[in-house]
Design a protein around this ligand. Structure first.
Ligand code: ADP
Length: 177
């Protein structure tokens, strides 16, 4: 695991599965607007959390690109799931701002509730088609910027599913810090 200190916080970059981060308080779902099960990250999180997660999440639906809402973690080992709707690349515009908003809004929820640790997948880079290099730069820049003004979370873990995405994150953070 690669770790970078920013003030009193740590950014961690790992390759793995977002549903297996049992030491993290809140995991982020790359959700769909209806906050239903779906595929990709959303499918994996809902399968691991059990049917009660969808029953709770759909009460908040629909959400707009860039928005984030919080629910309980149900059968997951995480206390919370923060559901973010990323932009569809070249459709929901401006996609740069809407993707940045996902990270800002999820981190603001942590700050408001004193949530100590969060794990993000690479929002929008799967079914929503955002190129990984561009998305990574936005995600990491936004996280670094937010950490200058927010107290919480103290641990921000970025969980990448593929080898290639993991390498892009490592390369990009070295460039930015
Ligand atoms: P979006 O619809 O926002 O593009 P996806 O769920 O399709 O969201 O994919 C987002 C990213 O998450 C992709 O890079 C995909 O490879 C990755 N991913 C898929 N499953 C998992 C998982 N279980 N844990 C972490 N990342 C995952």
């Amino acid at each position: 695991m690669e770790k970078h200190k920013i003030g009193d916080s740590i950014i961690e970059i790992v390759q793995g599965d977002i549903t297996k981060q049992s030491d993290i308080e809140a995991i982020v779902n790359a959700a769909n607007a209806h906050l239903r099960i779906g595929g990709g990250v959303a499918g994996a999180i809902h399968r691991a959390a059990g049917p009660e997660l969808e029953l709770e999440s759909i009460k908040h639906a629909p959400i707009e690109p860039g928005e984030a809402v919080i629910t309980g973690g149900h059968d997951l080992n995480n206390k919370y799931v923060i559901h973010c709707l990323g932009p569809v690349y070249n459709k929901d515009k401006p996609h740069e701002k809407l993707l940045a908003d996902c990270y800002i809004n999820a981190l603001k929820i942590c700050d408001e509730r004193n949530i100590n640790s969060i794990a993000f997948p690479a929002i929008s880079t799967g079914i929503f088609g955002y190129p990984i290099e561009e998305a990574t730069e936005i995600a990491l820049k936004q996280i670094i910027e937010c950490k200058e003004i927010l107290n919480f979370p103290k641990i921000i873990r970025l969980v990448l599913f593929s080898d290639n995405d993991h390498e892009v994150y490592i390369k990009t953070i070295k460039k930015l810090l």
